[in-house]
Design a protein around this ligand. Sequence first.
Ligand code: ASP
Length: 421
Amino acid sequence: MSFLKIPFWIQIFASLLLGLLFGILLNPETGFISSIALKPYLSWMKLPGDIFLNLLQMIMIPLVIVSIALGVSSLKNLKDLWSLGSKTLLYFIFTTIVSVSIGISLALVIKPGNQIQTQSVVTNTTIAKTDLKQNEESVPEIIANIIPKNLVNVWSKQQMLSVVFFGMILGIFFLTSRESGAALKAFCHSLESFCLWVVATAMKLAPLAVLGLMSYAMVQIGFSLLFGLVSYIGTVIFGLFCILIFYLSLIFTLTRKNPFRFLNQVREIPLLGFSTSSSSSVLPYSLKLAKEKLKLKETVADFVLPLGATINMDGTALYQAVATVFLSQVYQVNLSTIDLFLLVGTVTAASIGTAATPGVGLVILTSILFTFHIPIEGITILFGVDRFLDMCRTSVNLTGDLSCAFIMDHIWKETKTNEKN
Ligand code: ASP
């Protein structure tokens, strides 16, 4: 079929634009169709997207476990694991701190919140009260709970930190007990092939899924709200753009490779992130692309990408920083310099705990607002435009993980060459 010869990223991009157009035309605020008339068709509209996302999520947990386990096991020894692990973690923390700092600085300079009167705040109560209930665990409890007591629970609740932990333990077992782990390792290889086959099959549905998901998202967005919060949205988008430039300069400085070539090679990933708002759903495809197209070493891709999708969310961190300063301006809560430093630490930690699924960044934001005595009701102002910003920040989250894998691959290959000489 000639349609299939069109490059994949163009298919995705065209579907995205078409979805945008359909969604805008069908949005009740445009006036062509009422929300009552539209309602019965909404679930049909997102059916291809739901099938696509469910297929990817169906294999996401086993794929993360086997990728990390096989990634760790392909290292030579525990020293190598420490070397790759520590560099990756340092990189994640560094880029998150830079992202939060960009967010805070932009929000302080642009002052998007000064243009909003608290009295005219839009009240939208559709956020379920339970969503806002924060995790009331203490830090030691959170640390202990990373070790999964019950694997079935971990799977059903998609507790990604525990999944990553389990993959690591399995990988360390393979690494240290080569003979007794051989059969289990062969099973993991086979399971990985199955998961990647499901990814390749699901990707055939991607253009249709993107069309449906984009139309659905655009039908839901309130345009009047979007225009009212234009300064806030502009600050977040400009910040996300700065992070992208930051990634490209890191790639150039640390690898001396052409960063635009990298961007060109990974272009479908941010597009998929934009349409799905879910880094965890796109992760299986990122893994495939990193190995097949970017030609990254399997060890590095398998280790860095699942870990990144779980704990590295620069786009979300920037968004949470801008949103906090924005709401402090709306409610005239004074944030001192010490508060701003504390905000960097809090948002960095919070973005690690943010699950890579749609809308979670907003829910976690409530705990940050609470810490800084900013009225939590403030998120009702942000709620109406959150879906759109979620799409943008997810694209950056995914690009951040791939940039890290790209850089770590370069550093890893250099270290290994130096060791040989
Ligand atoms: N949707 C984002 C992601 O999947 C998380 C968030 O910021 O809500 O990366």
